[in-house]
Each structure stands twice: as C-alpha cells, then as structure tokens.
Design a protein. Sequence first.
Length: 375
Amino acid sequence: MGPLYPDDRLPTAREAARRAGVDALLMTPGADLRYLTGYNAHATERLTCLVLPAEGDPLLVVPVLERAMVDASPAGALDLDVVGWPETDDPYAVVAAHLRSALGRSPDRVAVGNRTWAEQALRLRGALPGAELTLAGSVLRELRMVKSPAEIEALRRAGQAIDRVHARMGEWLRVGRSEREVGRDIAAAILTEGHVSADFTIVGSGPNGASPHHELSDRVVQAGDVVVVDIGGTTAEGYCSDNTRTYVCGGRTPAEVADYYAVLLAAQRASTAAVRPGVTPHEVDAAARDVITAGGYGEFFIHRTGHGIGLEGHEEPYIVAGNTEPLQAGMAFSIEPGIYLPGRHGARIEDIVVCAATGADPLNVVGRDLVVLPG
C-alpha cells in the first residue's frame, strides 16, 4: 500500500493485541478498519469484519456483493485473505471458525471495534460462547493517536480545504437569509473545495450562537448578528477537517462582543502556545480556561478545549481538564475555546493543530480575528 495506509499496520496491531492479552481483534466498518486496511467499508446489516488473531493469519469477511470494492481499495494490495460470503451463509460462523483454526482453540478474550453495531457485537458473542468481549479502542489507541507524516499532510490538506470555505463565507452569510439556506450553500462548498462529504455545518446566528452544537434552523440572519460557523468534512483520503470562525453580519460589532472576543482570542493563542511534547491536555485546557476566567467569562466556557482528529472527527486525545497523559509529537487535535452568553450570542475560535517537537503546528491558517461581513 502507500504511505497513508502502510502495510505494517496489521502486524503492529497484532502485537498490540498480544500485549493487551486479547486473542483477536474483530473490526467492523469504521475508522479502525480503514486505519488497519485502507478499506472504507459500508456499515450495513450485512457483516463486514476483519478477523485479526493474535496468532495466525488475518481474514477479511465481506458480503460477496462487495468483494470487488475490497480489491479496488488499498486493502487489495495487502497480503490478506478475503472471504466473500453469499446471502444464505452465516458470516458469524465464518468468523468463529477462522478464529478457532488460527488459534488452535476457542478464544478466551476478543476485542470488537468501539463503533461496532450492538446487534453485530451480540451476534459475534453468540458465535463465540465463552469468550469475553472487550473494546478494541484501548488496544489501538496508541497506534492511532500519533499520526505519521503522511497522515499529518492529509490532515493539512483537509484543513486547507476547509479554510477555503471560510474564506468564501461572505458569498453566503448575509442579512435576510436563513441559517438553513446558508448551511446548504456551505455544505455544497465543502464538497467543491476538496471534501467527499460535508459532515456538519453549524450556523448559529444571534442567540443560537450561544448553543455550541446548534442545529440549522429557519431563523433569518439579522443586521448586527454575531454568527458562529463551525464546519467540517472528510476528504477522499479519509481524513477530517473541523474549523470554527465567528462573524458579525451586516452591522457594527457590539462593544460587549468586541470585549469578550478579545478575551477569547487571547485564550486561543495561549492554549495553542502551550502545546508541546510532554505537556498534558489538562494544562492546554487550563491555558485557555484561565484566560477566560480572568476575563470574567469563566462560567460561559462550557466545553472542553479540544478533541483529537484523524480518520474520525472526534477521537483521542481529548484536550480536557483531568487528562494528564502527556502529549506526544504527531498528535493532532483541535484548540477551540468558546464563550456563550445564553439568549444573546456567542463566539468560538477553532483550529486543528499538530503537536510538533517545537510546539503547535496549526493546520488552519485562515484569519482568527472577528470578521465583519457586509449586509
């Protein structure tokens, strides 16, 4: 395979399973399967499952009608046996039989993907009576948290693509248009600027900006509204973007907003400056939180400072109070403090950064100042 999905990941994951005391990893569609094989499988009621025994050869079990998709993906270049099961077969029995053959015994403990559907996890347990089921996330977390140079460049390309969307915001965000209309145009631009999916478009205008995960509504943007725009998508390479900027639409910036935005910008800069190997996520979170608290807005910063990003929009490490696991070079995550005044307005500044040997390497470079758009 190529540098983005190297062929050494299966043996590395097998060794991680051994260290964790797990007899096998059972990976259904999702980021873990794509990370290990490069195959971006459909999640449906038909079972797709990578069977990776701690001893013995791996096997990819797929619906026969999707076998050609495996061959066309990076997984097709792996030394990996693939079994396409027809509609009348029991794929769970195939998984169990391969495991018993590879191990020479029935497994004692197997790990399923954290995003495995419950119905599939329960059927796997039924096919492997006596085996303890655990989560594979704890086995694979250290592999996925530290990004390779190729992954970092894929994230950088995703970040540049979402930056281009923010740079065009004045084309869509105008007085008299609804959040839903603006969000529809942003979603289309996310695709045209280099993503294969628009994963979320948050357009929080006026009082809706005080809700960090606001859903698009029919509220019409009014002159002088503060608007929080949080957008992201996934590129063809599989890597995600996530970037938030705050705008004032069609009017002068309210003095109160200018005051707390200055505090927010200082907090975002302080937390970004705190990033380096050996520093904990707790300390990075505190760097932002302390500035906002000192500015008098501590009670209005109501979420963690950031989350990891890669093949998923939210993954480890989480930049949150209490997380004392030291950062390592190659970890990628958001820095996104916010201030939210209920019933009035809010603001957030979000960049994706990579922890590098010399500090934070921002993957988003579009301006962080409060942007005033014409009406």
